[in-house]
Design a protein around this ligand. Structure first.
Ligand code: HEM
Length: 143
């Protein structure tokens, strides 16, 4: 990503990054198979667990991870640090049996969310898709 593209991604992400619970809720609602990979949430009523502290803790973990990657992006000196973090995350998720299909499901709901609540079109959409392609390339090499 160019520096301009990294700035666009950060700008888009800044608009939604405080909606952690809503983002995880939308992902679980659209893809119960993702919810069911979590021992603490599997088989439970999403409308009920949504307001649990466990739910918001996990939502915050995921969103903070994305925020961390987005804020490192655009600085070539920090590329090795990004790769290390994302490889670690990929290995953790492989150990949990998370599949590429599930990551793609996650991507599709997250992108829809950002489209509706941020504003994602034109160059920003292109930059966003490119950024996820790059991150997923690293994750998928670990699955
Ligand atoms: C942890 C599943 C995608 C970030 C976890 C845990 C599970 C899980 C079961 C352990 C939770 C716990 O023990 O409390 C999944 C599934 C995914 C997915 C099924 C399907 C797509 C993602 C994505 C991100 C992410 C896309 C970030 C962009 C994290 C983080 C943690 C975590 C930061 C906590 C640290 C760790 O234990 O690795 N995930 N995850 N996950 N997940 Fe995911």
């Amino acid at each position: 990503l160019s520096k301009e593209q990294a700035d666009e991604v950060r700008h888009v992400w800044d608009k939604v990054k405080h909606n952690e619970v809503e983002i995880l809720y939308e992902i679980f609602k659209a893809h119960p198979d993702i919810q069911n990979k979590f021992p603490q949430f599997a088989g439970k009523d999403l409308e009920q667990i949504k307001s649990n502290s466990d739910f918001s803790t996990h939502a915050t973990r995921i969103v903070s991870f994305i925020t961390e990657i987005v804020s490192l992006g655009g600085n070539p000196d920090l590329l090795p640090a990004i790769k290390t973090r994302v490889n670690e995350m990929g290995q953790n998720h492989r150990n949990r049996g998370v599949t590429k299909e599930q990551f793609n499901e996650f991507r599709s709901t997250l992108t829809d969310y950002v489209k509706h609540h941020g504003s994602l079109d034109g160059d920003a959409e292109h930059a966003w898709n490119q950024a996820i392609d790059n991150i997923f390339f690293i994750i998928f090499s670990n699955l």
